[in-house]
Ligand binder design. Structure first.
Ligand code: FEO
Ligand code: CA
Ligand code: CA
Ligand code: CA
Length: 593
């Protein structure tokens, strides 16, 4: 755990303004440098195909290059001591694809090779990076370099392993699944592994049989996908033919970045839902606790508490920690108290009659289990951050809820989700009883209502000092106790409607105790800011620029996208590319100081 701060941190940088400029803007005295963009080779020896700017790289080449739409990520030092912040591994999620940009002729034709390339452009990258003294670079080749894609064999581990609902014709034992996708936010364990979270997995599946099961309906499988067209060429994604394949997604995947030959594992004890992130902390007794949001309107906040304790000297035991434990879901009571409601077969109404004959049923149908125990339906839980100096103090971004609270058949406002028209979102905070992350009770409050002070609509005004921000998403405490917040204002409202004049997506820094609030970074046009990783010395901050140039449709053609953003390649490039950026202070100081 981090040492206790002797005094409150203060923010030492001059805030940047709102921006509609097509570049990354950081405060005076800082520099933001491109590190790893879609299509860059990951760095596998002898297999480093260069990015072809016309997007004509093949599926096989894409599987050796950075995927699309970088999201959550983590930095893993490769050395101890001062070198820890000079060389490391980075695991980076590639959430989804924009097929209009992925292929030389965009969406004009469709075939199996295109599906193969799209499947190679999602998942995770593991890259080696080093600080050269003149900036960061990707080390190529590197023995650690790896891509995990939608085709990589991944073990099914924990209570759902071997469950009848996990078995398919291709995997009659229900123990091995091909791939991961819609990898949104992330987690990082004290034992040096990466957690990659499968969010909108239902976007890839189609079931047009005309009859959907209750389980399919509850998770959002329908008669059409979100435009990816995988099911057209790969029947694995046709849920009418392979009804259990969707059950094999919606999990947290654990990856050991230090061993490129290791098999990743879906840790099913953590439950199946549209996982945003998986934030790991340790309880005072050493059990691992994982906080997780399910990012959809009116979904829940979960936590997992491991049965066994973290053992600093026994990595192989730690690698099994997330397979056994207790899953909970949060209820925020009106009086400011809260309860973690246990999701265990046989308890709290999760009976055989209710469809839960074992823990495999509970984790596969976690949303249905959470409905039964009476958890609180939230305004889209995104990232969760644990205070770096206050054990048991936890923050969660609730990104927004577009005027649906109180609408027909929807839950009304409650004290934890107090706005009917929550277009700007909020950040909720809870303190676990006894400052123990494994506790089953907590006290909560609303840390921040995001918004803009200059609007007349009360529900769109914020309560933080400083100025406007909205749709908070990425969230992380740095080692000094500064809370970093990234925004994901959707393209349809970016600098428009309620958000007019607020420019591009941004990253702000907040000191929770003092309320000090400053805008640190603004992104290029049409992008979302996501992914936060610091080097241990806090002198480099890595962030991801996701979907620069995104038009409202999310399926662009290159000309349309480039008219919005030419980042990062400028006029010489043929299309915008998502990328990781490394940010340093020119005087070599600590970020934010
Ligand atoms: Fe992929 Fe909820 O963000
Ligand atoms: Ca997100
Ligand atoms: Ca979001
Ligand atoms: Ca996104």
């Amino acid at each position: 755990a981090a040492p206790l701060a002797k005094k409150l941190p203060t923010l030492g940088f001059a805030p940047v303004g709102f921006s509609a400029e097509d570049r990354v803007i950081v405060p005076a005295g800082y520099v933001a440098e491109l590190l790893y963009a879609w299509g860059d080779p990951v760095g596998i020896k002898g297999k480093m195909p260069a990015f072809k700017p016309d997007a004509s790289n093949s599926a096989d080449e894409q599987a050796l290059q950075a995927g699309m739409h970088h999201d959550g990520m983590a930095f893993f030092p490769l050395a101890a001591g001062p070198r820890a912040s000079k060389r490391g591994l980075m695991a980076i999620n590639h959430e989804y694809t924009d097929e209009g940009l992925l292929f030389a002729d965009g969406m004009k034709t469709w075939n199996g090779d295109k599906v193969k390339k799209a499947q190679a452009a999602v998942g995770v990258s593991v890259i080696e990076v080093e600080d050269t003294g003149r900036g960061w670079r990707v080390v190529r080749p590197s023995k650690y370099a790896r891509r995990v894609t939608a085709s990589t064999p991944i073990a099914i581990s924990g209570p759902a392993k071997g469950h009848p609902l996990m078995k398919t014709d291709a995997d009659t034992k229900g123990e091995l699944v091909l791939g991961t996708f819609q990898n949104c936010a992330n987690g990082q364990t004290p034992w040096g592994t990466y957690l990659s979270c499968e969010e909108n997995f239902t976007d890839l599946f189609v079931n047009d049989s005309g009859t959907l099961s209750d389980l399919e309906k509850r998770y959002g499988i329908s008669n059409k996908d979100a435009g990816y067209k995988w099911a057209w060429e790969d029947f694995r994604f046709d849920a009418q033919i392979n009804p259990n394949e969707p059950n094999r997604f919606g999990w947290v995947v654990e990856i050991d970045p230090f061993d490129p030959t290791s098999r990743p594992a879906k840790r099913t004890a953590l439950g199946r839902f549209k996982h945003e992130g998986a934030t790991v902390t340790l309880a005072p007794d050493g059990r691992a606790v994982v906080y997780m949001g399910d990012d959809q309107r009116f979904e829940y906040i979960y936590k997992f508490v491991s049965k066994h304790k973290y053992k600093p000297a026994n990595r192989s035991a730690n690698l099994r920690l997330l397979d056994e434990g207790t899953l909970y879901v949060a209820r925020f009571n009106a009086d400011g108290s809260g309860d973690w409601l246990e999701l265990t077969a046989g308890k709290n109404g999760l009976s055989l009659e209710a469809g839960f004959s074992n823990q495999g049923d509970v984790v596969i149908k976690a949303r249905l289990a959470a409905d039964i125990v009476g958890a609180t339906k939230m305004d889209r839980p995104e990232w969760i951050a644990v205070h770096s100096h206050k054990p048991g103090e936890v923050y969660c971004t609730l990104t927004n809820n577009n005027n649906q609270r109180g609408a027909d058949g929807k839950p009304g406002v409650d004290t934890a989700n107090p706005r009917a028209d929550n277009k700007f979102g909020h950040i909720i905070r809870w303190n676990e009883a006894g400052a123990d992350a494994a506790a089953t009770g907590f006290k909560w409050d609303i840390f921040a209502l995001a918004g803009r002070p200059d609007t007349v609509k009360a529900e769109h005004q914020g309560n933080l000092k400083g100025d406007a921000f909205g749709s908070p998403d990425g969230l992380k405490f740095d080692a000094n106790g500064v809370l970093w917040v990234q925004t994901d204002i959707s393209t349809s409202t970016l600098n428009a409607k309620e958000y007019k004049g607020l420019g591009n997506n941004m990253m702000v820094a907040v000191v929770p105790e003092s309320g000090e609030f400053r805008r640190f970074l603004t992104g290029p046009n049409g992008c979302e800011l996501t992914g936060i990783a610091f080097t241990p010395d806090m002198k480099t901050l890595f962030v991801n620029i996701q979907h620069p140039g995104e038009p409202e449709s999310e399926r662009s053609d290159p000309d349309q996208a480039k008219a919005i953003s030419a980042w990062p390649d400028g006029a010489a490039g043929s299309r915008p590319r998502a990328a990781t950026v490394a940010i340093r202070k020119l005087d070599g100081g600590v970020i934010g100081s």
